[in-house]
Design a protein around this ligand. Structure first.
Ligand code: DQA
Length: 172
């Protein structure tokens, strides 16, 4: 069983960025703790952070075993145009995503998640409902299995435990 943790724009700055809002834990610490937790739960965890919307779309497609063209580290497409790859390449069972500001902006990342049809948890370190009004709108929440916000770095632990124990996961 594989779970993919995606962090979007500026989350590489966790720990340094507005610590009164996002806390002092770095993304390196969060990912290290997440890997340890996943190991103890007997699941395989992959982590990915990017400041680029298109890179996140590519990574979500790869999670379904669909290889975006021209991606150097993507699995190679075969002669049937890629669809057949789904059965040959391992598919991620669940995605945990903190889309950062893309939460409030990105139809493309939403479409990628719906396109691959991999169940996902939406996660925010801060309580987006207690901040600027425009942070209340998410392009993801209506299709997420669960939404976590305001738990700080602990939200990542909660999301992994939930994904590992409670989400319907496919063998892959
Ligand atoms: C965030 C909340 C977003 O509104 C913001 O743009 C972020 C981080 C969070 O984790 O609290 O970059 O997703």
């Amino acid at each position: 069983r594989r779970i993919l943790l995606i962090n979007g724009p500026n989350l590489n700055l966790l720990g340094k960025r507005e610590p009164h809002i996002y806390g002092s834990t770095t993304l390196v610490d969060i990912e290290a703790q997440a890997h340890a937790q996943a190991a103890s739960l007997g699941i395989s965890l992959e982590t990915f952070q990017s400041n680029h919307e298109g890179a996140i779309v590519d990574r979500i497609q790869e999670a379904a075993g669909w290889a975006p063209l021209k991606s150097s580290n993507a699995p190679s497409a075969d002669s049937d145009g890629g669809q057949g790859n789904i059965h040959k390449l391992s598919r991620v069972s669940a995605i945990i995503i903190n889309p950062g500001a893309l939460t409030h902006m990105s139809v493309a990342v939403r479409d990628a998640l719906l396109g691959v049809a991999i169940p996902f948890v939406e996660l925010h370190v801060s309580n987006v409902y207690a901040r600027e009004p425009w942070r209340k709108h998410s392009y993801f929440s209506d299709r997420a299995v669960a939404v976590i916000c305001g738990m700080g770095a602990y939200g990542y632990s909660a999301a992994i435990e939930f994904a590992a124990k409670h989400m319907r996961v496919q063998e892959g």
